[in-house]
Design a binder for this molecule. Structure first.
Ligand SMILES: [Zn+2]
Length: 125
C-alpha cells in the first residue's frame, strides 16, 4: 500500500486488488484476457456520488458496466485511496502507475476507452 501515498495524491480513486490465481476473463469489448495472479491497481474517477460508486466497486455481483467489474468478480479488493479531483486526474495517475518499477500492462485499453491512455489497470510485482 505504500505506493499509494507516494503516487496517488491528486486523482480521484485508486483501487488495489489481488487476483489469487491466473484466470481467463472475458472483459466486454476487450474480449478474453488472461490475468496472471498478482496485484492489480486500477485508477478511476467519479465526478459525483463517489460513495455510491465505491460501494458498487465493493460488491462482486452486479450488472457489469465498466471493465473493472469483470476483474472485480474474481479479485479481492485490498484497498482504495480517494483523492480530491483538483489535481491532474485519473489519466496522469494511471501513467504514474505504469511508470512504477515492474508495472505491467495485462489488458491494453482496460478502463481507458474514453481517453488516450494505454490502460488504467496495471499489474505490479
Ligand atoms: Zn486515461
Amino acid at each position: 500500500m505504500s505506493i499509494f501515498s507516494k503516487t496517488c495524491r491528486r486523482a480521484a480513486a485508486t483501487g488495489c486488488s489481488w487476483c489469487w490465481r491466473p484466470r481467463w476473463i472475458a472483459v466486454g469489448a476487450l474480449g478474453r484476457v488472461r490475468f496472471p495472479a498478482g496485484r492489480y491497481v486500477y485508477t478511476g474517477s467519479a465526478r459525483r456520488n463517489l460513495a455510491a460508486r465505491l460501494a458498487r466497486h465493493g460488491r462482486r455481483r452486479k450488472p457489469f458496466r465498466w471493465h473493472i467489474d469483470y476483474l472485480r468478480r474474481y479479485a479481492r479488493l485490498a484497498g482504495v485511496e480517494i483523492h480530491p479531483l483538483d489535481g491532474p486526474g485519473e489519466c496522469e495517475l494511471a501513467r504514474e502507475m505504469l511508470a512504477l518499477r515492474g508495472a505491467e500492462i495485462v489488458a491494453r485499453g482496460f478502463g481507458s476507452s474514453d481517453c488516450m491512455c494505454a490502460t488504467h489497470l496495471v499489474r505490479l510485482p
